[in-house]
Design a protein around this ligand. Sequence first.
Ligand code: SAM
Length: 307
Amino acid sequence: MADRRDLLLLDAELRDAWGIDLGSMEDPGWWESLERDCPSELVTRFREIHQAYSQAEIGGGPQAERAERSFFDLAADDRLLGRVHSHRRPVIIDCAALVDDLLVSRGIVGPVLDAGCHAGYLSAWWARHESLEVVGCDLSRPALELGRRRCARLGRAAELVEGDLLPEGDEGRFELIVAVDVLPEEIGSGLRGLERLVSGLSENGWLVLSTGHRLDVAWSPLERVSGGLAELGLGFVDAGCLGGVVSPEQEPLGQNVFVFRRGGGGGLPGDCVERSRHDWPGFLEHAGDPDVPDREKSVAWYRARRR
Ligand SMILES: C[S@@+](CC[C@H](N)C(=O)[O-])C[C@H]1O[C@@H](n2cnc3c(N)ncnc32)[C@H](O)[C@@H]1O
């Protein structure tokens, strides 16, 4: 399990190499600091693109897809990348730590895919493991270009490629695929995306999946999800939670995460969402402790403290 030293290194790398730090787009001061630090044309463009993306309906067709693509392309601007992704910092930290734990505890080596990697901050982190071939895949060319430069600077051999969830020709290649906040939150297109990802797994490959909203809300009804997983030969292994305090001014945010295995595991439990919350009450107690620094208020930090 990730310990304090690992988490300090991760936190420092996210902050220093990628600008991902405490702070939320929902803090009143966030927009003020953007206006102070960036040219007004960039701020105006970001406001427009952010508004269009926030208003786009889930499953809203090509217009919503365009709004999402424009948002992530612009978020690859050097001046925006860290500020925008800071809003998801606890999820990013917890996802990095959860995957590190899985790699070690299950002895996973070889090709690993970070599906929807954006600039590849997570791919770069996992590429520390010399036994892995880390591939990050995204639709956003500007994000991939920025990510390649940053990975080169960090000396990390992550390969960042353009592709729709799975790089072309990579069927059956990956021992582990991580898909966090990338699949559509509408059951039809979500399950189609899942099918595409599963086609990229090796015979006994692992999948880490997190939908931003709870699984039974993002993909409803859960029985259909359960049937879809069974058809894809994907068994349930574990459920957990990613998230924490984004900024001192905001309530903690958490989201469910699931580990599946191709050709293994069991059926999706009907209470999988409830199970995913097992660490959340303990985490909230940890987060309420005034002696814990805000940057250490995420589920991975809570678990590291309990060791
Ligand atoms: C919210 S970000 C998540 C980034 C990263 N997975 C994380 O958890 O920090 C979503 C990313 O998924 C990418 N994306 C969305 N749909 C995609 C698709 N069909 N194929 C590849 N990337 C996609 C977006 O361009 C964006 O970079």
